[in-house]
Design a binder for this molecule. Structure first.
Ligand SMILES: [Zn+2]
Length: 240
């Protein structure tokens, strides 16, 4: 009797640590089935049939995500990280270690070491993201404070996030939020974003009064505002 066609295409992986069969759908890897060592694969078709509603929904969701963001190469650790805002570049090396996480630390001048679970994309991305936010705190927060003093516009606190659509924001409570990905832009653009958000402390809108205040403190505001919209292209995939 011919074998019936498989319900789904999937990658099968055996894991010594897995206790149960695990199903995982990733945007670029499709369906992955992780089975404990010694598992009889003849039981898989029945299991996949049983879980087909969940699998279909997950595949559809990731397919929609993929269409939106375009094809993406497989995860690869960056060989080097350049932060134009700081005028700095680091070479990145990785060292695998038994750990439930990955972490980034400076390993000498111009060198970063990612260690721990380096083959785990999520863990590695999270470690790099935490490092990026630390850099933003260390280097962008003092710049904002200095500009705030020069402009005579005082804020209460600054926080750094990694948004996908905004470079910065300013709240009625005088909290400024800056995108840590500003580190991938030129210092002049970073300055413009800071001036823009600081001016919102005086004018909580985009009125002509607001723009003339911005112009007073940052003459190139028009060109830089336009450039910022294309700035997302400067953000490397690993930081997205
Ligand atoms: Zn604004």
């Amino acid at each position: 009797m011919p074998q019936s066609k498989a319900l789904f295409e999937y990658r099968l992986r055996e894991s010594a640590r897995a206790r149960h069969v695990r199903l995982r759908v990733t945007p670029h890897g499709g369906l992955e089935v992780v089975v404990p060592r010694g598992y009889n694969p003849a039981r898989l078709p029945g299991l996949l049939e049983q879980k087909q509603a969940w699998i279909r929904a997950a595949l559809e969701r990731t397919e929609a995500e993929r269409r939106q963001h375009g094809p993406e190469p497989a995860w690869k650790l960056p060989d080097a990280i350049q932060l134009p805002a700081l005028g700095r570049i680091w070479l990145v090396t990785a060292q695998e270690a038994e750990a439930p996480w990955a972490a980034v630390r400076e390993a000498g001048p111009g060198r970063l070491l990612l260690h721990g679970r380096i083959n785990d994309e999520q863990a590695s991305r999270a470690a790099l993201a935490r490092w990026l936010v630390r850099q933003a705190h260390a280097h962008l927060a003092p710049r904002l404070a200095e500009l705030s003093g020069q402009l005579g516009l005082a804020f209460r606190r600054v926080s750094f996030k990694r948004q996908r659509t905004r470079w910065g924001s300013c709240s009625h409570h005088k909290s400024i939020s800056l995108n840590a990905k500003l580190l991938f832009l030129d210092p002049a653009l970073v300055r413009y974003v800071m001036v823009h958000e600081l001016c919102h402390l005086a004018e909580m809108n985009h009125s002509p009064r607001f723009w003339s205040l911005v112009q007073k403190h940052h003459a190139d505001f028009r060109a830089h505002d336009r450039e910022l919209r294309k700035g997302w292209k400067s953000v490397p995939r690993w930081a997205d």
